[in-house]
Design a protein around this ligand. Structure first.
Ligand SMILES: *Cc1c(COP(=O)(O)O)cnc(C)c1O
Length: 373
């Protein structure tokens, strides 16, 4: 049996008529860039996020650095983020010209450990950028408190958590802005690249609309800016998909619960932890080998049995080869949990369109591996 990692084509075929109708609407309107479909999706996405504004941009990485730039974070400033995140979080801070400061994660949730943030703060610190890693909310209550005490900005990297919530809080509720990605493999994904910022700050909204579009406020009127817009074609796909995101996330939760129940007895793996009171939407279902040295063998075994498991992310950011402009990340404290995560993580296939047969095949093969150790 073969089990894929993604279900992009299955998902499209399930709602083909809705997506095709929206695409036709854009094509027949003749308006492809900052047109009515983008406006419509921005309205829908702001409503879904519970924010006043949503600004579509080119991708999730741009969403982060455009926010930092619009908020005046740049050279000489420091931004604190997870040591264990996709490289783009750190990269976006560098693109804005600021210094990336890496803090270790909580060993259970894998989100940034709030207890370790305080020690990383210096007079140069301007922002905390928590990542809702794998689809689980960072501890925004604790992070907001630290930010208030030190007068710091909070920018959420929500590339992986659309539809998640924390214990008594929503994403985007307690931050200055929230950046998200719509690249195809994210829970809400377009057929290519896309991203957005959501915020309640109207001045920031206006600044971002200008920055994403050559600094333009009106035809032929420009100040400094960029070209980073969400195309109407992508907005059309996302508008159709947004109606299904909660049901799709429910399915991810269903498959995750099936994995966790089926794998309950394993001796050589640690299964994902769900913090009580929140809604983890399992962008990724990540297990860790208790012995990090066994990870690569486990991955090969899964791939050899037809299961397209992957690692997210097997080289920690501070272990990557090149830093831009000779500006390494500042490492705040030991990053032992992040390093262990990089060495031991395996993501099992996780997408709404999985079948019970596929999930059970994954369980069967993982149990066989566990027994053989
Ligand atoms: C995907 C991702 C990004 C970047 O998004 P792109 O749209 O690929 O630029 C940033 N941060 C995290 C945590 C991500 O998973």
């Amino acid at each position: 049996m073969k089990v894929d990692f993604y279900g992009h084509v299955r998902q499209y075929n399930n709602i083909k008529n809705e997506i095709d109708a929206n695409l036709q609407e854009v094509i027949q309107s003749g308006q492809f860039v900052t047109g009515p479909m983008l406006k419509r999706f921005e309205g829908e996405f702001a409503a879904y996020s519970g924010t006043k504004h949503a600004i579509g941009v080119g991708n999730g990485t741009d969403a982060i650095w455009l926010v930092l730039m619009a908020l005046g974070v740049g050279p000489g400033d420091e931004c604190i983020t997870n040591a264990n995140t996709f490289f783009a979080t750190a990269e976006a801070i560098w693109i804005a010209g600021a210094t990336t400061v890496l803090v270790d994660c909580d060993p259970k949730t894998k989100c940034i450990d709030p207890a370790k943030i305080e020690a990383a703060i210096t007079p140069k610190t301007k922002a905390i950028i928590p990542v809702h890693l794998y689809g689980q909310c960072a501890d925004m209550k604790a992070i907001r408190k630290i930010a208030d005490q030190h007068k710091l900005l909070v920018v959420e990297d929500n590339a992986q958590g659309i539809g998640a919530h924390g214990d008594g809080f929503r994403i985007a509720q307690w931050s200055d802005a929230t950046a998200t990605s719509f690249i195809i493999q994210k829970n809400l994904g377009t057929f290519g690249d896309g991203g957005a910022v959501v915020t309640n700050n109207s001045a920031l909204d206006a600044r971002l609309r200008q920055l994403r579009n050559h600094g333009s406020t009106a035809r032929n009127v420009h100040s400094f800016g960029f070209n980073s817009r969400l195309d109407d074609i992508h907005a059309a796909i996302l508008s159709a998909k947004l109606k299904h995101i909660d049901a799709w996330n429910d399915l991810r939760r269903k498959w995750s619960a099936r994995y966790t129940a089926g794998l309950k007895g394993v001796k050589h793996l640690t299964l994902p932890y769900e913090a009580p009171g929140g809604r983890h939407i399992f962008h990724l279902y990540v297990v860790e080998t208790k012995d990090a040295a066994k990870r690569d063998g486990f991955l090969k075994y899964l791939n050899d049995t037809g299961i397209d498991a992957k690692t997210h992310y097997s080289i920690a950011i501070h272990r990557q080869a090149g830093y831009p402009w000779g500006k390494p990340a500042r490492i705040a404290g030991a990053l032992a949990n992040a390093e262990y995560n990089a060495a031991a993580c395996i993501s099992l296939p996780m997408f709404p369109e999985l079948t019970a047969q596929e999930a059970d095949y994954v369980i069967e093969k993982v149990l066989q591996w566990d027994k053989a150790q």
